[in-house]
Design a protein around this ligand. Structure first.
Ligand code: SAM
Length: 220
């Protein structure tokens, strides 16, 4: 199936509210587990690390990072003011110390991250190398990297089945966005090619269950 890009930013109020209200808890907890595994394999982070969550949306992963790493400086980045308003509200309600930056990945600089992560961001990007370049630009030496995203099913039938299996009973806006996201996502081979082209061929790309892929690695 050919990739069908979708808008990069999620800015519509109803779209943001539907996304923020959805329960991604199991996947988010799994992502934190993957990050813990990566740190276990690659050695402890510095004592007061900087952790950056790109395309943080309503803060699903950012807030979990702040809870799991209370000694860290945690920064969530998103180009959507509407998303960040939800994220900031949640951080405040939980009394978590998180910094949010409203900017496009293209204008992100001046950061030195010890860990860079993203969840469900790559498929939004019109030029996927933006994620790989941005990660490389903000990574401090030894930075841990973990990007998790949907992967594109091979056919429209397979896409229909994924939606039936995972999101048959949900608000129509969420179903529409899930289907658009699957169609905009990349296949594992495409991501491997992107990494190779970016000089990041040592990072691994692995499938996760029937609809995700996980990129992980270390910046030397
Ligand atoms: C599907 S949401 C994922 C939110 C969150 N990471 C999560 O795990 O639920 C993708 C987010 O990436 C943001 N985004 C997409 N392209 C971006 C860009 N070029 N610069 C900054 N943010 C971007 C969107 O605004 C949206 O909030």
């Amino acid at each position: 199936m050919q990739r069908q890009p979708e808008p990069e930013l999620m800015e519509g109020r109803q779209q943001v509210q539907a996304y923020a209200a959805a329960d991604f808890g199991a996947g988010d907890a799994h992502t934190l587990g993957l990050l813990a595994g990566l740190i276990d394999r690659t050695g402890a982070l510095p004592p007061t690390p900087t952790l950056v969550d790109l395309g943080c949306g309503p803060g699903n992963i950012t807030l979990r990072l702040a809870k799991a790493f209370p000694e860290a400086r945690v920064i969530g980045v998103d180009g959507s003011l509407e998303m960040l308003a939800v994220a900031e509200h949640r951080a405040k309600a939980l009394a978590l110390n998180v910094e949010f930056r409203c900017c496009d990945l293209r204008s992100l600089d001046g950061l030195r991250a010890d860990l860079v992560t993203s969840n469900s961001l790559l498929h939004h990007l019109h030029q996927p190398d933006l994620l790989w370049r941005t990660t490389a630009v903000i990574a401090a030496p030894g930075c841990r990297v973990l990007h998790r995203d949907l992967r594109r099913p091979p056919t429209m039938d397979a896409l229909d089945q994924l939606q039936q299996r995972h999101l048959s009973d949900a608000p129509s806006l969420l179903i529409r966005d899930f289907r658009a996201s699957l169609a905009a996502a990349f296949e594992i081979q495409e991501v491997e090619d992107q990494l190779h082209e970016a000089g990041l061929g040592s990072w691994t790309v692995e499938p996760e269950d029937d609809r995700y892929l996980v990129v992980s690695g270390l910046v030397k």
